[in-house]
Design a protein around this ligand. Sequence first.
Ligand SMILES: [Zn+2]
Length: 487
Amino acid sequence: MIIQELREKTIPEHREVTGTAVTEATMQRLQPPFAMEAAPIPNPLPIPIPLPPIVGPRILIYKQDPTVAELGVRAIFIPSTVLNGPSDTRITTELPGTTPVARNINGDFIFTPNSPQFDCAHTYAVVRETLTMYQRHNDGAPIPFAWNTGGNLDRITVFPHASVGANAFYSRTAKALKFLFFTPTGSTDEVFTCRSLDIVAHETGHAILDGLKPGWLSAGNPPQTGGLHESFGDLTAIFLALSEPDQAEALVALTKANLHAKNFLSALAEQFGQALGLPFGLRNADNDLKLSEVGNEVHSISQVFTGGIYDVLADIYAFERATQGGVKSPTVILMDVAAKLCKLLFQAIKQAPATAATYTDVVNQMLQISAAQGDPNIYRTFIRNRFAFREVVTSPTPFTEMLSGEMDLMNADYTGDGKAAKDVTQVKVADAASASLRAVQDRSSCCGTMQMPEFQVIAPDKLASKGDLSNDDILATELAALKKAFK
Ligand SMILES: [Zn+2]
């Protein structure tokens, strides 16, 4: 019933997305709530109403991607200055023949879904929302891109239709996010990666993490460091979705507040995944993979960390629902829990080592920050248990009750050992000989970012020094050899 209502309010089916009927219906719902010619006020108000100046546009976007009919297209409000392009202080958009895309008379970017203008506005909006989400978790301070050092203010350029291919990537040398498009085998419909909120958020996650931890993208790091990068991209898509009330509410309704039910949140990049024949999207966050099951392939390794964080999210949500369910709605609790966990992960990553960071490093930072900010003990029990189950860390407290579904969700001090609370904030690596810590990174199944020569060739220490990267940096070793040969 709820889904039916959702469908009626949004797009009925994938194939009708491009139809004009849908577009008109959508446009009707998006009439501006105020007229440009204001109606005369009948009686002047004696007391002025304190109003902040209206800054920022409405932008029409896909809330997941064209195949997720439950969410469809919606208008969002960006509460900051956006100029034609769209562009702002940090982001600009490039599509030859289309950009700069102009705001309408109300200052909004409202276009027919799947038009070039729509794709520019949609892609910009998702990049902007992602950056803003992490800026909030950074206590409001701006997050530099990797090249924003020494007063450099260069923006990142978003290319919604960069070229043909089944991929998308972030490049530090190009200071760009590039989204490709392709026609799947056996189909005539093109798939545009820029129309997927998950893919745009994932690639933006790479760019943001490269600004925070510029040494992490190098293939010279252990596989787990690469896994952290891929996982951060996927978790960015999940946390961005959960930062939006309509997505959080639709998820709660679809799953009856059970985060382990099959849903659009854990199935990342639905349309892209379907086009490649993957029924559950590009990756499935709700997985049970352990480190011993994934070798040294970075994308597989990333799913272990993503799955661990997703389980912690589901655990904390179950606990907070049990404790706060009488005073808050499931949607509000979910948004609170997701924002808190996202911030905890973000802060833990900031405090992790500059190069060669491991899952254990990040888990320990999460445990320590969580304890320092006074979270209930049970939060740390969830974190320890879930990453112990996945063979990332050792388990100082038993997790047999987790495996048998007997965790005491009503007990904030729960540690699993049935005695006085034993809060452990420093755990050890479970298997120091794991291939995920020692082998050479295999990036064969990763997104385009991990395939970029700049991140394959340049050493972690050089990348960690931040700043501009040029093609000569990529070719430095070979150029030095040539210099010697041509002496
Ligand atoms: Zn990636």
